[in-house]
Design a protein around this ligand. Structure first.
Ligand code: GUN
Length: 297
């Protein structure tokens, strides 16, 4: 019987566990504060930041959203970043990616104060993660680690194949899974658009993680019997629905579930965990900046 790994339920549990820490910080006059910044009006990005703000409200984090005109010069966004860096009530913030073409997202990240970089994208935080001294684990990779742990999937000694080498998921997740740590110690293969014989590499995996952004790229012929399959993809594809689209993962769920020993659904798998781990990083940031210790899940 294939196990369905329920990210929605696990995210709910983690949010519940974070509430105690948030109240401890609030009692010490340091209620965690998270700001989201969106430059432009990309509809998917608007949906994501709205969900992040709703999550804040639900757990008692002080949420704030800043919209920046998509036609404004990059300096306007940099001014917002400087204000947030200096604001003691904002313990963490993120600038939603993508930004308009005339803005260099790498420069944006470099300007974010590393101790408030709850995405974990700043070069200092990337360096610390690779060195095995992470300050903030990026939210999606951390969420994947938590899902594997909750599903009792041992990474130690496992062959893990990650399809996708993005800055946000593939690269940091590969680094985390190969760290000398109980939730690491895997033998990691990272595949990408130039990988030859992709199916050979995906079939030999004990744990297969698809994070490539290609709808249903991974089909049953690419998955070995008993593999644990984690689908990070959230792709909007045209469909005859009210919204005119539906969300599908990078994995052909119906076909692959017959082969996998455990699998995450889309939606309801990795997505809710990414959002929960953003709250986690915000609480961690508030605790470190205020000097008030809290227990994290
Ligand atoms: N766009 C898609 N995913 C992310 C994310 O995790 N953080 C930010 N800032 N932008 C994104």
């Amino acid at each position: 019987m294939t196990e369905l790994i329920d990210g929605k339920a696990l995210a709910r549990e983690i949010r519940g566990q974070l509430r105690g820490a948030i109240e401890t910080l609030a009692d010490a006059d340091s209620r965690p504060g998270l700001a989201t910044v969106l430059m432009g009006d990309d509809p998917a990005s608007q949906t994501y930041v709205n969900m992040k703000q709703r999550d804040c409200e639900e757990v008692g984090i002080d949420g704030r959203h800043v919209d920046v005109d998509g036609d404004a010069p990059a300096e306007t966004l940099y001014e917002t970043i400087e204000d947030l860096n200096a604001d003691p009530d904002v313990h963490g913030y993120l600038v939603q990616d993508p930004v308009p073409d005339h803005v260099d997202y790498r420069e944006v990240i470099r300007r974010i104060a590393p101790e408030k970089d709850v995405d974990g994208f700043h070069p200092e935080n990337v360096g610390r993660l690779v060195a095995g001294d992470a300050r903030f684990r990026p939210c999606t990779p951390h969420g994947v680690q938590k899902l594997l742990e909750a599903a009792d999937v041992e990474t130690e000694g496992a062959d893990v194949t990650i399809v996708g080498r993005s800055r946000i998921v593939g690269k940091p997740l590969a680094n985390l899974l190969l760290q000398k740590a109980p939730d690491g110690n895997a033998t990691v293969t990272v595949c990408h658009s130039r990988t030859e014989n992709l199916a050979e590499k995906t079939r030999r995996a004990d744990v297969l993680i698809a994070a490539v952004g290609v709808p249903e790229l991974i089909d049953a012929s690419m998955v070995g019997d008993g593999t644990v399959v984690i689908d990070v993809g959230i792709n909007r594809v045209d469909a005859d629905t009210e919204k005119g689209y539906e969300l599908v993962g990078d994995v052909d769920f119906d076909g692959v579930k017959e082969r996998a020993s455990a699998i995450t659904p889309v939606p309801g798998g990795v997505g809710p965990m990414t959002r929960a781990m953003l709250l986690y990083n915000t609480v961690k940031a508030a605790s470190e900046q205020s000097g008030v210790p809290v227990e994290l899940p």
